[in-house]
Design a protein around this ligand. Structure first.
Ligand code: ARG
Length: 562
């Protein structure tokens, strides 16, 4: 596609000074590239449509450009179809798994996620986080960036003491009789239940936290044990999701070092000590609420550890960008954090970015972790595998159980990931398991099925497809549409990376799968006359490759059979 873009730019340069921003029109009737004349119109104080007319009249098409036409405020360029088809199919067959990876500026990027608290198991919100994190890091990496996937365990603090206290009071001596993070989470739920009749628990948890900070042996031993259970459980879930981190930070290991940065801020006059001994970052002058960074008892808080960790990441990895993938309820926290880092004079403060995402609800309503009504991540994965297995057994009663299980994981997880990723991260959403697993509609299985269907046609054909052929035969509107769709894959990936939006890829894959199904509907493949058949086979094998590449960037497998 790039070579054609260049050819169009070349022609335009003769008449247009300055940067040329070409668009790719959705509608094939509008050509392969469109040059919008609004900018010129403003400059020349003329009507954009009149400019488009004039410009189109002056430009002479030459190969690979077939036709130049004014349509309203645009000048449309049509590429010779065979050239276009040949170039695109050639690029896909040559680049295979790397097709779509345009070259750009390469950076070192750190992405922090999902950074759980160690007092309860992972829930549906964490799944959204992990799916976004895995997919965004895949996409950035695909484009040649060096990506560091980094996790943070917020493994100390009052919330941790709550589950510890409940265990000490009501479960002492017990060993996990279920997945160990669930076991820990049960005590967090129990704490909140008991708190209703025993309000003094609140004080006890506070005093436990003080003991923890003082290094009390018994409290530390209990903490260590329960954290271990929580982390062991998380590890199993990460493993199930195929998530591997380059590094995991533990808040407990550095939280006290964070206080040095408070000192630094006081010296630089960025922070102020209050009468009660607490330390404040006055941020009102920057349009943000003031922020306490050290409590009056000199204990540090959530933002204090983040100040330290922000710096440590740049030291540890020498990165160009530091991204935090954290829920939208922490938007203000990150605005304050980044402002503070900037005021402290760190030049990299501007390279920090909060990628915020909204809540996920189930159709029944909001999940509440304190009441134990959370949608647990493991339970949901289990449920999706079951739903998928039922569907597979229905379709293939003869299939061996092992094969059913394997496919159920690919399809069940794929359904979940796709459904969540197709919604823009910023939006709150409702996750509907039944809808997500349907083979029809804008779902993961629908895209996977389009892929599997191509695999089965290629398998049925059974022979190698010649890479050269008569591409002028791919001349129906459906085929032109498909070639164009293949051509726009690289820029879709690029846009998804620029805006950190895997949802763009989901939309792309849905329309590619739809266009593909429309194509089968209208045209025979294996029954077509030989030359046409081969051209069509090459076309669908390229579509298969792009479906696979796209799904893989989303962290979704592309099974060959469904
Ligand atoms: N553990 C926090 C939570 O569960 C999220 C931490 C996000 N990362 C950070 N560096 N603050 O809400």
């Amino acid at each position: 596609m790039e070579q054609f873009r260049k050819a169009v730019e070349e022609i335009l340069k003769k008449e247009v000074k300055g940067a040329i921003a070409l668009e790719i029109p959705q509608n094939p009737a509008m050509g392969d590239f469109a040059f919008p004349c609004f900018g010129l119109a403003k400059e020349l104080k003329k009507n954009p449509a009149a400019i488009a007319q004039e410009l189109a009249g002056k430009l002479n098409p030459k190969a690979p450009i077939q036709k130049i036409e004014a349509k309203g405020p645009y000048v449309n360029f049509f590429i010779v179809k065979e050239n276009m088809a040949e170039a695109i199919l050639h690029a896909v067959t040559k680049e295979n798994g790397t097709y779509g990876a345009t070259k750009g500026k390469k950076e070192k990027v750190l992405l922090e996620f999902p950074s759980p608290n160690t007092n309860k198991p992972l829930h549906l919100g964490h799944l959204r986080n992990i799916f976004l994190g895995m997919s965004i890091s895949n996409i950035l990496e695909f484009l040649g960036n060096r990506v560091y996937r980094v996790n943070l365990n917020n493994d100390r603090g009052i919330h941790i003491c709550k589950s510890m206290l409940a265990y000490q009071k009501f479960g002492k001596g017990r060993e996990p009789d279920k997945k160990s993070d669930h076991f820990v989470g049960d005590f967090y739920v129990l704490y909140n239940q008991k708190l209703k009749e025993m309000p003094a628990l609140e004080q006890e948890a506070q005093s436990m936290l003080r003991k923890w900070e003082e290094g009390d042996k018994e409290v530390r031993a209990l903490w260590k044990q329960m954290n271990q259970w929580a982390l062991q459980g998380f590890e199993m879930t990460y493993c199930r999701l195929g998530m591997v981190f380059d590094k995991t930070y533990n808040e407990s290991a550095f939280f006290d070092k964070a206080k040095v940065m408070v000192e630094e801020g006081l010296k630089k006059g960025v922070f102020e000590r209050q009468e009660d001994g607490s330390v404040l970052a006055p941020l009102e002058q920057y349009g943000l609420p003031n922020k306490v960074v050290l409590r009056k008892d000199q204990t540090s808080i959530y933002i204090t550890q983040d100040m330290y960790l922000a710096k440590k990441k740049f030291e540890d990895f020498k990165i160009d960008r530091s991204i935090y993938l954290v829920g939208s309820e922490q938007n203000l926290h990150f605005q304050q954090l980044f402002k503070i880092l900037e005021l402290l004079g760190y030049p990299w403060a501007k390279q920090c970015l909060h990628l915020s995402y909204g809540m996920v609800y189930l159709p029944q309503g909001r999940m509440k972790s304190r009441e134990g009504r959370v949608v647990d991540a493991d339970d949901l994965l289990e449920e999706m595998e079951k739903l998928a297995a039922a569907e597979i057994r229905k379709r293939h009663p003869e299939l061996k159980e092992k094969e059913v299980k394997e496919r159920a994981k690919q399809i069940g997880h794929g359904a979940l990931r796709f459904f969540i990723l197709k919604v823009d991260a910023q939006k709150d959403m409702v996750y509907n398991p039944e809808e997500s697993i349907a083979f029809e509609g804008e779902t993961g299985p629908y895209v996977q099925y389009a892929h599997a269907r191509i695999c089965s046609i290629l398998k049925k054909h059974g022979k190698k497809i010649p890479e050269k052929g008569d591409f002028s035969l791919l001349n129906s509107p459906e085929e032109k549409q498909l070639i164009k769709a293949l051509a726009t894959f690289p820029e879709t990936v690029h846009a998804a990376a620029m805006h950190y939006r895997p949802s763009l890829l989901c939309q792309y894959l849905i329309s590619l799968a739809q266009a593909c199904n429309e194509f089968y509907h209208q045209h025979p493949i294996l029954q077509a006359e030989e030359k046409r058949r081969d051209a069509r086979l090459l076309l669908i094998s390229c579509i298969r490759q792009v479906l696979e590449n796209g799904l893989s960037l989303l962290g979704i497998e592309a099974p060959g059979e469904m």
